[in-house]
Ligand binder design. Structure first.
Ligand code: AHR
Length: 346
């Protein structure tokens, strides 16, 4: 009996010892900072502040990559100069950030600096516009819009409208205010229009860059109006330039609107984020806007989280977007045999 009691005591002591050992292995460290989640340092090079779209994009990035969400964000505005963006990227590399996020102004000219980031083993996430590099492994992934699809949807909308109103292609006299030359948004939207010109026989009267700004949109449109008296459609590659163009049209004594048979000048545009442009859409001063979604912050955050888990995200991540119009007749557009709904805005 005594022997059994001794055995039980021994067993109890052994169990107590093992539990003590185990609990000390998993116990909380006395210094609570040791258990704090590490913050992720991100260097974000934004290309500039040229438009309302850009403002919304910057804000989305800053609020997603915030300290509350576990990030230390180093933000640099490139002032629409690629050289400034390259300098910012080199600074991020020197600071040994965990990730670089790049919203590039134009597509080309990134190979060298992206190679430097790759050598420093810093993943690079491209946002909004694309980079055109010889080796795709120089960046980890991209998230943004299908700018060519935006342009094609717009061209299809113009064609449907003209067919509905029985306007012959050769009587569609279009001026084209382009965005920053060499940017993906310009390249894609220009492609959409130029394909439309080929397919539907439109008269492309003039093309010039307005650099995505309201001031340049106004200047370019004023000069188009001085040189040409038959313009009936303005294809603006963003809303800020459309606002400037509308000012120039109205200052010249002409009227904006979709009734081109009665002398109005139809304005179409891209983005759908600017309040004034949205009001113009409702009033019929802008006939159609191809949405371009700027809210990439949470998307970039999601990509970083995927990488943090050791997973491989999709290389190219397209955002889905719609067409907005106050013209009730066109409810759907077709691009490459696919139908896209038009959202009627009242
Ligand atoms: O790259 C997106 C484009 O850039 C937006 O359409 C334009 O407004 C911005 O400046």
């Amino acid at each position: 009996m005594k022997k059994t009691a001794n055995m039980a005591t021994l067993l109890l002591l052994l169990v107590t010892f093992l539990v003590a050992c185990r609990s000390s292995a998993v116990s909380e460290p006395s210094d609570s900072s040791q258990v704090e989640k590490k913050t992720i340092t991100v260097g974000f090079s934004q290309l500039g502040a040229e438009s309302d779209w850009r403002g919304a994009n910057t804000e989305s990035m800053l609020s997603a990559l915030s300290s509350e969400n576990g990030y230390t964000l180093i933000y640099k505005n490139g002032q629409q100069k690629q050289a400034n963006q390259v300098t910012a990227l080199r600074m991020f590399i020197q600071q040994e950030v965990d990730y670089i996020v790049l919203a590039p102004e134009t597509e080309t000219g990134w190979d060298f600096v992206l190679r430097e980031a790759q050598e420093a083993k810093i993943p690079v996430i491209i946002v909004d516009r694309r980079v055109d590099v010889a080796d795709d492994s120089l960046y980890t992934c991209w998230v943004g819009s299908d700018f060519a699809l935006e342009g094609r949807k717009m061209a299809s909308w113009i064609n449907s409208y003209m067919m509905q109103k029985k306007v012959d292609g050769k009587d569609v006299h279009i001026v084209h205010i382009q965005g920053t030359e060499g940017s993906t948004a310009q390249i894609g939207r220009t492609k959409g229009l130029e394909e439309g010109v080929q397919m539907y026989g439109w008269d492309l009267v003039a093309q010039e860059s307005g650099d995505f700004t309201e001031v340049r949109g106004r200047e370019v449109m004023a000069s188009f109006l001085r040189e040409h008296d038959n313009i009936n459609v303005v294809y603006c590659e963003n809303d800020n330039m459309a606002i400037g163009a509308i000012e120039a049209i109205e200052a010249s004594g002409k009227k904006v609107g979709s009734d081109i048979a009665n002398g109005e000048i139809m304005v179409v545009s891209f983005d759908g984020i600017n309040e004034k442009a949205m009001n113009y859409l409702k009033e019929g001063k802008i006939s159609c806007i191809a949405e371009c979604n700027p809210l990439h912050g949470p998307r970039v955050q999601g990509l970083i989280e995927t990488l943090e888990r050791g997973e491989v995200p999709e290389k190219l991540n397209y955002v889905s977007e719609t067409l907005l119009s106050s013209v009730p007749e066109i409810k759907i557009v077709v691009v490459n045999s696919i139908g896209y709904d038009v959202e009627i805005v009242k």
